[in-house]
Every structure is written in structure tokens, then in C-alpha cells.
Design a protein around this ligand. Sequence first.
Ligand code: HPA
Length: 249
Amino acid sequence: MLAIIGGSGLTQLANLDVARREVVRTPYGEPSGPLTLGSLAGRELAFIARHGYGHTIPPHRVNYRANISALRAAGVTHIVSVASVGGIRADLGPGSLVVPHQIIDYTWGRHSTFFDGHDGQVRHIDFTEPYDGDLRMALLAAAARAGEAVVDGAVYAATQGPRLETAAEVNRLERDGADVVGMTGMPEAVLAREAGLAYAAINVVVNHAAGRGESEHGIRMSAIEDMLQEAMTRTRRVLEQLCIGGACP
Ligand code: HPA
């Protein structure tokens, strides 16, 4: 089953026919909220709001392990993360939809592994390609069918938040090779990999990163809100066209 983890601006999937909500307890504590199970354009789907349904959980306090663990327990095999980001690369202005292909992790102090050594084993996983290649391709194909322009490939910088970056920090992220910046991409992606779930992301660019473009002298939160609403409508259109393992909605 496919799951969508919705970020800011996507606390619910408007066109999801809700069958039931399921409260799942996990060995890692409470997920961000109950799982919503239903169907989108006729296909069974799970949905969870990363920041809680009332948008109350900041990025550094999301229980990423519980969310991934709950989705796996519900029978999820594929996860599409929807997350808003700031655009660093000049061509990734507000309104762009991006399917990233790489990650740089600047977060700290988050529970970032299921392999904590509690089972008496040291385990390492390959993370060379942090996103599932097939699911990325499926998202790009879905965007093409939906007629939505989506940028193929970007390096996602995961910052700690909840504050936005300084202009100098964004300059450093760019020197590091990052194209977009967000606060929730890690450890979510690595936990999905550890759990054996295929994971890919759609990033919605809602602002120029700090010190860039319209954000040269600051970032206006109201501008972010407006952009979110419009871009999430387009994201939903892409999700409606998503085929997984040959199964289309
Ligand atoms: N920085 C970090 N996270 C974000 C941003 C940003 O500029 N915009 C949306 N999420």
C-alpha cells in the first residue's frame, strides 16, 4: 500500500475518500497522529500529517521513528513524502515542484535510526541513493500525465529548524551543493530505508531561501502560506496519477 506523509500545507488530502482512522501505537511512542486510511482516485492509500492534524509538532519534535514504524505496521510498502522547501538554486523559485535525488543531513539530536544496538547487533545500511529510484521515476511519470511541470533531481539540505536559515548559512549550503532546503527530510528518509520501505519525495518550493531573490532582506511568512495552498493543489493532481508496480489509480 502507498502512504503519503503530508507536510505543512497538506494536513489532509482533500480528494481522499476516508474509510477509517487508525490509532497505531509503536515501540517508539506515538506517531504524529492517527493514520487516515482511504482511497484516492480509487486506489487504497494511507495518509499521515507529519506535523499533526492541527499542525502542532515542529520539525525537530516529529517522532519520525513512530511514523515510519506505524506505516509499516499498517502494511505500507511505498511512501511519498510531501514537504515544503526553500529554493537555493536560482531556477527553483516559489511554485516549483521538485523530485530530489540526493540529501545532505545537517540535523542533530533526532532519533535517526532503528538500529540502536538494542538487539546486540551493529547494522549499517547503504544510503548512496537516498531515494527509491523506481518511485522517483513513477512520480515524474505521474507529473507528466498530470501536465504538471516537475524538476527532476535536486540536492535536499535537511536543517534542524524550526528557525529559518541565515543568509550566510544558505551560502554555505549552496557551496556544499544543496539546491533546496527543508527541515523534515531527515531522518525520515533513512528510517524508511532501514524499515525496507520505498521512499521518495515531492518538494514544494514556497520561498526563496534566506538572502536569495525576494528573500534577500527576509522571508515573509504570509507569502509562504499563499504559495503553499496553490502548490499543494498541483501536488495532489500529481498524486492522483501515480502508478506503483504497474497499478494505477
Ligand atoms: N528553509 C528551511 N525549511 C523551509 C524553508 C526554508 O527556507 N521553506 C520551507 N521550509
